[in-house]
Design a protein around this ligand. Sequence first.
Ligand SMILES: Cc1cc2nc3c(=O)[nH]c(=O)nc-3n(C[C@H](O)[C@H](O)[C@H](O)COP(=O)(O)OP(=O)(O)OC[C@H]3O[C@@H](n4cnc5c(N)ncnc54)[C@H](O)[C@@H]3O)c2cc1C
Length: 459
Amino acid sequence: VNEASLNNIKNNHAIVIGGSMAGLAAAKVLSKHFRRVTVIERDQMPEGANPHKGVPQGRHPHALLKRGELILDEIFPGLIADLISKGAFHVNSGKEFELYMDGVKTPTYESKISMLALSRPLIENTIRQHLLREPNIRFIQEVEVTGVEADPTRTYATGIRVRGRNGVQIDTTDESLFQADLIVDASGKESHMPQWLESLGYSAPTESKVACNMGYSSRIYKRPEGLTWTGFYAQPKAPHRKRGAIMLPMEGNDRLQVTLMGMAGDYAPTDEEGFKEFARSLPEKEVYELISTAEPLTSIVGYRKSHNQLRNYHEMPRYLEGLIALGDAVCAFNPVFGQGMSAAAIGADTLDKALSSYQPGESEASSFAEYFQKQLIQGISVPWQLATGEDLMWYPEQMPEMDHETRLIGQYMMQVQKAATTNPYVMEVFYQVLHLLEAPNVFFRPDIVLQVVNEMVAA
Ligand SMILES: Cc1cc2nc3c(=O)[nH]c(=O)nc-3n(C[C@H](O)[C@H](O)[C@H](O)COP(=O)(O)OP(=O)(O)OC[C@H]3O[C@@H](n4cnc5c(N)ncnc54)[C@H](O)[C@@H]3O)c2cc1C
C-alpha cells in the first residue's frame, strides 16, 4: 500500500460499484493504494466466457483498440498473453481487415497496428480471473448498491447502502464491507450516482448529449472456409450513409460476430427476413453473401441507443469527498467507434496516477474527488470529440454554429478521410488516431498535410 498517496483520505478500504470493465480495472489499481478493495456487483457472474444480464452489450462484437490493449496489459501484467493462449489473436489492420470508409475500400498494406480479435465475455471473464488472484480484493456478487452514505456534515462519503438480489442474504450493516474511505462508481451508463448526490444535498452533474439513434442487430455465424478477409467493417458515414456492418472474428477464429448497424433511427431489424433485407441493401456485397451462406449459431439480438452521453463531473460546483466515477458512468459513446473499453482502461490508469500524484495543499482542486474528475476529463476528451464530432452531423439541429476557421478544419478533415482511402501513409495515421494512440491534431503535421495535398492534386 502506498501510504503517502492519499494524504487526506485514509488508505484502508476502497469500494468499487460494478464489476465490469471499468470496475475491474479500477479495482486492480486501487489494490496498490488501499489495504482492501471490495467490488460490489449486482449480477451473478456467469461460468466461463459468457455474457451477463447487467452488460447486455456483451452479446455484440467488441473491438479492443490498441490504446486500451496496452493499458490493460500494464494494469494486468500478462493479460494479453493469457488471452492469446485462450484463442484471441491479432489481426493486422492494413492487411487482414477489410475497411470501407464512406463506401470506398481502403488500401491493403502491412500496418503497424493490429487489433486483438476476441469476444467481450472472454476479455471480461479473463480480467476477472486475474483480479481474483489479488489477495486484498474481494468480489461480491448479487448485491446491488442502492445509495451512498456521508458523514453528519455531508462532506465525506463514508459508505454505501446495499440490498441482496435473487434471495441473497447479506448483512447490510457489515462495516468491513460497506464502509469505505473511497467509493468508485463504475456502474455503467445507467448509474444512479447523480440521484445519490442529490439525496445528500449536492447537485447532479450537468449532462452533454449528442444524439445518434444507433441500432445494432447482431448474430454469431460459423466462419466459412475461403474468406479473403479476417475482419470486415463497412462504416456508416454521417449524414448520408446511415447503414453499415461489422464482422469480427472471435477467439479461435472459427466464428464471426456479424452486426448490421443503422444510424439516425434507421435500425436494422432483428427478424430473419428483415435482417437479410437490410444486409442486401448494403453496397458492400460481402455482408449479404456471408449471412446468406454461413451457418448461424445464435438468434439475432438487438441493441438500440439514442445518444452519446457525458456526465460533467469535472465541473461540479461542490464535490462530495471520497466519491468518484469512471467508465460509462461518466461517458458512454456511440459504440461504432469501439472506444468504451479503452476509455474504461484510461479511467483506471488515470485513477492510479491521480492517487500517486494528488497533494492536497499543492493542487487547485478542493478535494481528491475534484482532482480525479478533472484529470479524467483530460483523458477521455479525445474519444468524446472523435465520437461526437461525427455524430453531430446526423441531425443538423445539433450542429454548433461554426466560424470560418472551424469550417475550414472540417473541410480539411474530409480531404484527410479521402486521402486515407488511397494512401497507406495517411491511412496508418488514421488508424493511430482511431486507436487513440495519437490525438487528431496529428493530421496537421506537415508530412501528413503534404500527403493529403498530393492526393488532392492527383484526384
Ligand atoms: C452494442 C454495443 C457495442 C459496443 N462495442 C464496443 C466495442 O467494440 N469496443 C469497446 O471498447 N466498447 C464497446 N462498447 C462499449 C462498452 O461495452 C462499454 O463502454 C463498457 O462496457 C463500459 O464498461 P463499464 O464497466 O463502465 O460499464 P458496464 O460494462 O455497463 O458495467 C456496469 C456494471 O455495473 C453493474 N451495476 C450496475 N448498477 C449496479 C449497482 N447499483 N450495484 C452493483 N452493480 C451494479 C452492472 O451489472 C455491470 O456489471 C459497446 C457498447 C454497446 C452498447
